[in-house]
Design a protein around this ligand. Structure first.
Ligand code: GLY
Length: 379
């Protein structure tokens, strides 16, 4: 096993894989090519019909491609292709898109291209990468996050969008796109990640001069706090930056973020609080941060030496074991992982099942089963 787990743990993952297969096969046949976000009254609705450019609309297809890669069953592929085709209308409406084109097209078109060699998918991925590169602001060396008046804002989440640029730079022989990803990563090291391993969510620059203004509060409790999913984006995003650049500073940053995350979750039985620096009450948790961090820790473990690896693998395992208590494996019910929170200040999607929690849970299980789609990137 690449992660060096013992036989008992391997058996546990085999059991999880069976539950995952039963759940997602039935769900896939029931739902078709919809784009779920959060279930309403226990059932998924189609977020794609309500808001086609929503940043979460690629995750379900990402799960389906992971399952197609693992089990080679056409139902998964057909449903994922349907979502990818539906997203073409979002590319046409590109003025509404933001930096989350990475989340949208890495898990759809780029996954398709890697698995099937579909040339149309490759073009979709390159088109999305062009949109992401076009958001780069050379004055402040950052990729602009959102649209509207927030022209100077960059956020930690964007580290997860950058693999679209690394991929496209290779595909298109366009080193400039890789350079943009590197510039944004350097900016994040300087202005978003903190020296103690914690992370801001946001940084705000003057968009004309590039001058640093401040770090406003974001989806966590307040400015200066520590939004747990942001921490998990930092672990995974910096580990991915290392994957594509081999810059030791990025690996070290991923380690600092990981150590900070591990220390904090160890105080709460490995269930992340929504924010690690918030008042004791009310207690809000976010299981999506645990699932995402598990994937980031596994990614990190692949870039360290033999004797360092168990620290990250065992911590990922603890995160995954902890969130099992929140999993609904009944195939006739929509969604798997409960206890996910989109942001601190919004009750409607706080401590509920959220599609990206299911995506990262799926990825983590398949990573441990050596069936992860990312294995294709290594080849
Ligand atoms: N990218 C937005 C979030 O993590 O909620």
């Amino acid at each position: 096993m690449p992660y060096g787990i013992d036989n008992e743990t391997e058996e546990w993952f085999k059991g999880l894989e069976k539950k995952l297969y039963a759940k997602l096969k039935t769900q896939c046949l029931r739902l078709g090519s919809i784009m779920p976000y959060v279930p309403e009254h226990g059932c998924y609705y189609d977020m794609g019909a309500r808001e086609l450019t929503a940043w979460t609309n690629g995750f379900y297809a990402g799960m389906l491609w992971q399952m197609y890669h693992a089990f080679k069953e056409e139902e998964f592929r057909r449903a994922a292709e349907g979502i990818e085709e539906r997203l073409d209308a979002a590319l046409e409406e590109f003025v509404k898109l933001d930096h989350d084109v990475g989340f949208l097209w890495l898990h759809t078109a780029v996954a398709d291209w890697r698995l099937t060699g579909n040339e149309t998918s490759r073009k979709r991925g390159l088109h999305a990468a062009g949109i992401l590169a076009g958001r780069y602001n050379p004055a402040g060396h950052y990729i602009r996050a959102w649209n509207g008046v927030r022209q100077g804002v960059a956020i930690v989440d964007c580290l997860m969008n950058l693999p679209l640029l690394y991929w496209a730079a290779q595909e298109n022989e366009s080193p400039a796109w890789k350079q943009i990803a590197i510039e944004h990563t350097e900016m994040a090291l300087r202005y978003i990640l903190r020296p103690d391993g914690s992370s801001n969510h946001m940084v705000d620059f003057d968009p004309e001069t590039g001058e640093y203004k401040d770090n406003p509060g974001g989806q966590g409790y307040e400015s200066g706090s520590s939004w747990s999913r942001g921490q998990s984006w930092a672990i995974y995003g910096m580990a991915l930056a290392y994957r594509y650049t081999k810059n030791q500073a990025y690996l070290d940053a991923a380690k600092r973020s990981a150590h900070y995350f591990m220390a904090n979750v160890s105080l709460n039985d490995y269930i992340p609080l929504l924010d690690f620096r918030a008042p004791k009450e009310p207690v809000y948790i976010d299981t999506t941060a645990g699932a995402c961090a598990a994937c980031g820790l596994l990614e990190l473990s692949e870039h360290v030496g033999e004797y360092e690896k168990p620290l990250y693998v065992q911590s990922a395992l603890r995160c995954l074991k902890a969130v099992q208590a929140f999993c609904e494996w009944d195939p006739d019910k929509d969604s798997i992982l409960d206890g996910g929170s989109a942001r601190y200040d919004r009750a409607s999607d706080r401590q509920v099942p959220i599609i990206y929690g299911d995506y990262f849970l799926t990825e983590a299980i398949l990573r441990f089963r050596e069936k992860n789609i990312f294995d294709l990137v290594k080849k």
